[in-house]
Structure formats: C-alpha cells, structure tokens
Write a protein of this length. Structure first.
Length: 138
C-alpha cells in the first residue's frame, strides 16, 4: 500500500510540473506590427500606427506614448476579442499589460516616454466586413 501511495504522489507531482511548464510557454494569440512612421505628433506626444493580426483579420491601431524607435513586432497574449487590445499599458517583467489582462511582448522593446503606452483601435482593415456600417469592430 505504501508503494502505491508513493507512486500516486509522484504521478500527481509530475502532472503538476508538466502543467506548469505548458502554462509557462503560452503561445501568442495575435501579433502587433508597429511602423516607424509617425501618424501624428501633437503636444510633445509621438503617435505611431500599428496593425493587429487576430483570427484572420487585421485591425488598424494607434499607439500613443512611443518615444524611441517604433519599428517592432509584438506577440500578444490573453486577447479574447479585438477591443480588449484598447487601453493604457504599463511595463511589467514579462512585457506590457493592460487592465483587460492583455499582455504584449515587443521585440525589440518599444520605448515609452512616461512608461505608459496607450493603444486605440481605429478600424478593421482586412478582410472587409460587409455590415453596411463600415469600420465595425467586434
């Protein structure tokens, strides 16, 4: 009986380790490509454009607060729907995170002046949705 308990305990330990490793290597659900071109600049704020690729569609983004080089690609984690990408992002040990739990790891990292990046969802770019409303975003 003692050997059976030991084997069961080892099996549970092994399963929890495997589950922890699998969770630690979470796959990105989307990408954000940020262009080096300025969309607009006003009041000392640099604004750049980006494109979110998520579930076969592309969405135009506006990023506020980028201070350095703006050519980067971000791996996006925790995104359930396109509008969850919106909001202020703060730097964390594993990238940048917003209030919706979305995390972006930019490579190379984006430089932000005040440490806060704000993302707005502008429109759906491709494929075009024929809803009659134009520019609808889920």
């Amino acid at each position: 009986m003692k050997r059976r308990d030991t084997v069961a305990a080892l099996a549970i330990l092994f399963a929890s380790i495997v589950a922890g490793v699998a969770r630690g290597k979470e796959a990105p659900v989307a990408t954000v490509a940020v262009s080096a071109s300025l969309a607009d600049s006003y009041l000392e704020e640099r604004v750049v454009e980006g494109v979110l690729q998520f579930r076969g569609s592309k969405y135009l983004l506006t990023l506020h607060g980028v201070s350095g080089s703006a050519s980067s690609v971000g791996s996006v984690f925790g995104l359930r729907r396109p509008r969850d990408i919106v909001g202020p992002y703060t730097s964390t040990a594993d990238g940048m995170r917003n209030e919706s739990g979305v995390r972006i790891q930019f490579e190379p990292p984006l430089e932000t002046g005040a440490g806060i990046l704000r993302i707005e969802l502008s429109s759906r770019v491709y494929p075009k949705a024929s809803t009659g409303q134009g520019g609808d975003v889920e």
